[in-house]
Write a protein that binds this ligand. Structure first.
Ligand code: NAD
Ligand code: GLY
Length: 379
């Protein structure tokens, strides 16, 4: 994609790109405004006789026709499938709607899928692309902050299982990621806050200067100030690209991106998918993981308080929900053992150590219980 040919976005925002360096699976993330609905954005994609736009019932009314119009000059047959909206629909049944649309429309091995939506649409479209005819190309057009800073980048795709989050899926990289900041204008405030959780995550695991920058600009971010959003998306994508470039399939380093997710996934599965937003669960999970780090002597309480204050200012919960009336901690532990990082039934946590990196390791159950008891709402 030759982004230098595109107009600068509103407020004179420059269009920037971040490269994901993965040999023959390398690609660019474009970040700016007026991107997703410009034909130029897609000019360097390979030719295909048909494409399928995958979106959901919330995103489609505002964005699907604009994407179709932008794809029209290049692709003769543009099909559309609209999925039900919600984390609770990140299932086999919904995935099958994508396969049905591909087969009904006679889509072949060159068909390109376009994921237009948040992380749920992106993860499911990527998984469909990974498995349809054993793999067809796809493009990510993330329309939530969370998807722009995290889920559209790095090739993790999949669906949930009632026993565990994102348990079925594949690593499969997109051809291109298009982060159009204009789409964030229609995002509900609660979803913006959820996205900020994943932005905040990158600070203590990779870049304390960025952490301090988020603290200083949290009000601008909440007010959707374009320059602040552009910087947050770009720096988040740079950090993610750096991590994924070294460890695409999570043999080691990439696990640090799961900071807050071990507790967070337990909250999502334990409450039932969709009750808390993914970003809300991650925000609260980061507070719990930071407390665990402190109790293990890895960081001091001042860092835990600093992180908690920022998460709270971002509009996110910092107190965990109870997942069971009796022995709440046991229910958390039971759910966390299903986490993908677990080895031989031993839960592994992403823990802060104050070094702009993180440790992935186990912790004694007694200590984890103490953290859960201290961080969860009393009945
Ligand atoms: P989401 O996809 O459910 O989107 C949130 C809500 O915002 C939905 O109701 C959606 O319809 C709506 N929406 C999307 N764009 C909009 C817009 N521009 N204007 C108005 N409404 C809009 O949730 P999410 O937070 O984007 O993503 C969460 C999902 O991403 C989870 O399933 C999580 O597991 C996954 N995830 C994946 C990765 C990865 O690496 N693949 C990383 C982080 C999270
Ligand atoms: N969101 C975590 C990862 O992509 O590895």
């Amino acid at each position: 994609m030759n982004v230098s040919n595109l107009d600068p976005g509103f407020s004179g925002l420059p269009i920037s790109t971040v490269a994901i360096d993965l040999q023959h699976r390398s690609y660019q993330i474009a970040i700016g405004s007026s991107l997703f609905d410009s034909p130029l954005t897609y000019s360097e994609l390979p030719g295909a006789s048909s494409v399928l736009i995958v979106t959901n019932s919330t995103v489609a009314p505002s964005y699907a026709e604009r994407l179709r119009a932008a794809l029209c000059p290049k692709f003769a047959n543009i099909h559309l499938v609209i999925l039900p909206d919600g984390e609770e629909f990140k299932t086999w049944e919904t995935l099958n709607l994508i396969f049905d649309a591909l087969l009904k429309n006679g889509c072949d091995r060159k068909t390109i899928l376009f994921a237009l939506g948040g992380g749920v649409v992106g993860d499911m479209t990527g998984f469909a692309a990974a498995s349809y005819m054993r793999g067809v190309p796809f493009v990510q057009i993330p329309t939530t902050l969370l998807a722009q800073v995290d889920s559209s980048v790095g090739g993790k795709t999949g669906i949930n299982h009632p026993f565990g989050k994102n348990m079925i899926g594949a690593f499969y990289q997109p051809l291109q990621v298009v982060c159009d900041l204009d789409t964030l204008k229609t995002l509900p405030a609660r979803e913006l806050s959820a996205g900020l959780a994943e932005v905040i995550k990158y600070g203590p695991i990779a870049d304390y200067d960025f952490f301090a920058w988020i603290e200083a600009h949290i009000d601008e971010l909440l007010a959707r100030e374009p320059a602040a959003l552009a910087h947050a998306v770009k720096r988040s994508c740079e950090i993610k690209a750096w991590v994924v470039g070294q460890d695409e399939r999570e043999g080691g380093l990439r696990a640090i991106l799961n900071f807050g997710h071990t507790f967070g996934h337990a909250i999502e599965a334990g409450l039932g998918y969709g009750r808390w937003l993914h970003g809300e669960a991650v925000g609260c999970g980061m507070v719990m993981a930071a407390h665990l780090s402190q109790r293990l002597g890895l960081v001091d309480i001042a860092l835990v308080q600093r992180l908690t204050t920022l998460i709270q200012k971002a509009g996110l919960p910092v107190t965990g929900p109870r997942l069971a009336e009796i022995d709440n901690a046991r229910r958390y532990l039971e759910l966390m053992r299903v986490d993908k990082k677990s080895e031989g039934g031993q839960i592994r946590f992403v823990l802060l150590d104050g070094t702009a990196s993180a440790q992935v390791r186990g912790a004694p159950d007694d200590l984890v219980r103490e953290v859960i008891d201290a961080c969860c709402i009393c009945l």
